[in-house]
Design a protein around this ligand. Structure first.
Ligand SMILES: C[S@@+](CC[C@H](N)C(=O)[O-])C[C@H]1O[C@@H](n2cnc3c(N)ncnc32)[C@H](O)[C@@H]1O
Length: 208
């Protein structure tokens, strides 16, 4: 893309962002990202984060979802991780690492020493400009989260994860259905209409 076109696109994005009600609200309420409202809506619908929850937040930077979880969880345990370094959030342990590495999964097991109530993932692969490829890469991350959650969640645990409506969507849905008894999808209002993202909600592990 030529420089002037790129600048025009980024200016339009900035104007849109400033007019956006969730962006304004996140600034007023001190949330680090407008994404915080997606988790607020998801939790209003499914009521899965409790005061004593043991929760893992994957792909947490800059920390909007972690902030929401830390306001609700007063008597549980929260671990957040991201490849990017994140500023501290009260009562939260943060790991800067790549979720896909085996060592990361060992660190997660070591931190909790027990099964979890909730796994949330808003992970998205870096955009390449190729929408189809971006979709496949993010849905691959979601599939990894489904597999890992089926190993680390309590039998009645809950998984909420970002997923794109596009290539590989049905494959990830089938994978989730093979691991959990109840699987459904919800697109919060705070998720932009033009975005293909939706959120996968899975409850109760199937016994294999
Ligand atoms: C949409 S942002 C998350 C926003 C966050 N939920 C919030 O409320 O502020 C997606 C994040 O996923 C992270 N990510 C992507 N791939 C990852 C990986 N393999 N391991 C860890 N984090 C990853 C990115 O670094 C990025 O910060």
């Amino acid at each position: 893309m030529k420089k002037s076109k790129k600048r025009k696109k980024s200016n339009t994005w900035k104007i849109k962002q400033h007019r956006d009600q969730f962006f304004k609200k996140s600034k007023t309420l001190g949330f680090r990202s407008r994404s915080a409202f997606k988790l607020i809506e998801l939790n209003k619908k499914y009521k899965f984060i409790k005061a004593n929850s043991k929760l893992l937040d994957i792909g947490a930077y800059p920390g909007g979802w972690t902030q929401v979880a830390s306001k609700i969880i007063t008597n549980g345990k929260i671990l957040s991780l991201d490849m990017k370094k994140m500023d501290e959030v009260k009562n939260v342990t943060f790991l800067q690492c790549d979720f896909l590495e085996e060592h990361t999964k060992e660190k997660i097991f070591h931190f909790f020493k027990d099964k979890l109530d909730v796994v949330i993932s808003d992970m998205a692969a870096n955009t390449t400009g190729n929408k189809s490829l971006d979709c496949i890469r993010t849905n691959h991350l979601c599939a990894e989260v489904v597999e890992f959650s089926s190993k680390i969640l309590k039998p009645n645990g809950v998984l909420v994860s970002k997923l794109f409506m596009g290539d590989d969507f049905l494959e990830v849905k089938e994978l989730a259905k093979s691991r959990f008894k109840k699987v459904d999808f919800f697109k919060p209002e705070a998720s932009r209409n033009e975005s293909k993202e939706t959120y996968l909600h899975c409850v109760t592990l199937k016994t294999l």
